[in-house]
Design a protein around this ligand. Structure first.
Ligand SMILES: *Cc1c(COP(=O)(O)O)cnc(C)c1O
Length: 405
């Protein structure tokens, strides 16, 4: 995020409203979980059309709590994608369950056919990730989960605002099969909306929501977690050893304003993604990120795919040359099995994911965020075209064609 770049990879969109809200919260004398968290949860329920929402201090914490609330533990298997951030897999290990990696499809999301092949008697949940904000094939995933009586815990870190079949991600309307559905969102600094650090769990399952809330604050019984309120009481009971995963009012104060701005953020992201598409279409050395017709893409990331066989440079050189032109980029993600820790896993966790491993060397995420200007999007696209032009591989076919004329 060097300021010497013409277009840094990311810049957050926080304004005077957020700054004033933080100051108000600090002056109110109530810093940790309190009235602003409650207000943020209510607003998030209204936005996502979820029945229950519990604010936590990260998406990672939310995913861990969702697995814990579903009583997933030792001896259980959870199927997830190899093309994700490490925390998706870490939380399965924190729950003392076994991660099983099901390979991705052409869209980069977990492939339902590969999930079906991974299901065993020990499988307790599927943990899909809506990569870049593009929804997974939730109809197929819910159908599989319903048929096998297993839970679905969605990693919605990229996907706040995304929709499938006209339904918001995380809404879990009653007509959907698979009652055991939970979703975790991220409000990390780079995500579609931010609280600096923060997260939210949504579900339609009241018991699961209550367990997430209980476990998010030490396992202290309900009604006592506001024991410092004026009319609160000192007495509380610990019902089980929970975690310290609660969100602060300072974070919620930011989140309330970010949520109000979210639709505008998402419109800008979609507009810029569309503009990249127009400016890069026809450049044969790159493949545009996948989209789908029956859903709303949240466009958290613009994951370009290089056709390395048509270029004389590697992905690393491509990134370096874009940097020289003042454009910051990133790579999402290093596949799970390539990390030293997970590479050493016994058995299923190692998995077999040729599609993710062959996609990985081709991936470069371009800057995409509402604080960009249209001129910056054009600048990035022109930089990509310039780098590609200078590194175009002359194919045999074109040489032969030249010789023939
Ligand atoms: C960012 C991210 C997370 C973790 O979110 P935190 O709020 O930082 O815990 C989880 N999964 C994916 C896919 C992410 O990109």
């Amino acid at each position: 995020m060097s300021s010497s770049l013409v277009v840094p990879f990311h810049r957050p969109s926080v304004g005077e409203e957020e700054i004033a809200a933080i100051a108000d919260t600090l002056r109110s004398g109530w810093l940790t979980t309190g009235p602003r968290v409650a207000e943020f949860e209510t607003a998030f329920c209204a936005y996502t059309e979820a029945r229950f929402a519990v604010a936590v201090n990260s998406c990672t914490a939310g995913l861990h709590l969702a697995l814990a609330a579903l009583r997933i533990g030792e001896g259980d298997e959870v199927i997830t994608t190899p093309l994700t951030f490490c925390s998706t897999v870490n939380v399965i290990l924190h729950a003392r369950a076994t991660p099983v990696l099901a390979d991705v499809g052409a869209d980069g999301n977990i492939n339902p056919q590969r999930i079906a092949e991974c299901i065993t008697r020990r499988t307790k949940a599927i943990l899909p990730v809506h990569l870049a904000g593009l929804p997974c094939d939730m109809r197929a995933i819910r159908e599989l989960a319903g048929r096998h009586g297993i839970a679905v815990v969605e990693d919605c870190a990229h996907a706040v605002g995304a929709q499938v079949d006209g339904q918001r991600i995380g809404s879990f309307p009653p007509d959907q099969a698979g009652r055991k559905g939970m979703a975790a969102f991220s409000f990390y600094a780079t995500k579609n909306m931010t609280t600096g650090e923060g997260g939210m769990v949504t579900t339609a399952d009241q018991e699961a929501a209550e367990r997430v809330r209980l476990l998010s604050l030490h396992g202290i019984s309900k009604g006592a977690w506001n024991r410092y309120a004026d009319r609160g009481h000192w007495y509380y009971e610990v019902l089980e050893p929970g975690f310290k995963y609660n969100m602060m009012d300072i974070q919620a104060a930011i989140g309330i304003h970010q949520l109000r701005k979210l639709e505008r953020f998402l419109e800008l992201r979609a507009r810029y993604a569309h503009l990249y598409g127009e400016l890069l279409r026809g450049v044969e050395e790159v493949e545009l990120p996948p989209t789908k017709l029956d859903c709303r893409h949240a466009w958290h990331l613009y994951m370009l795919r290089l056709h390395l066989d048509r270029l004389t440079i590697s992905r690393e050189q491509f990134i370096e040359q874009l940097r020289e032109r003042g454009v910051g980029t990133s790579v999402h993600f290093i596949p799970i099995p390539l990390h030293p820790y997970y590479a050493g896993f016994p058995g299923e966790a190692r998995g077999s994911c040729p599609a993710a491993l062959s996609l990985y060397p081709r991936l470069v995420s371009l800057p995409l965020y509402p604080a960009m200007t249209e001129a910056q999007v054009e600048y990035v696209a022109h930089a990509v075209r310039a780098v590609v032009r200078a590194s175009r591989r002359q194919t045999r076919v074109s040489v032969a064609a030249c010789a023939a004329t």
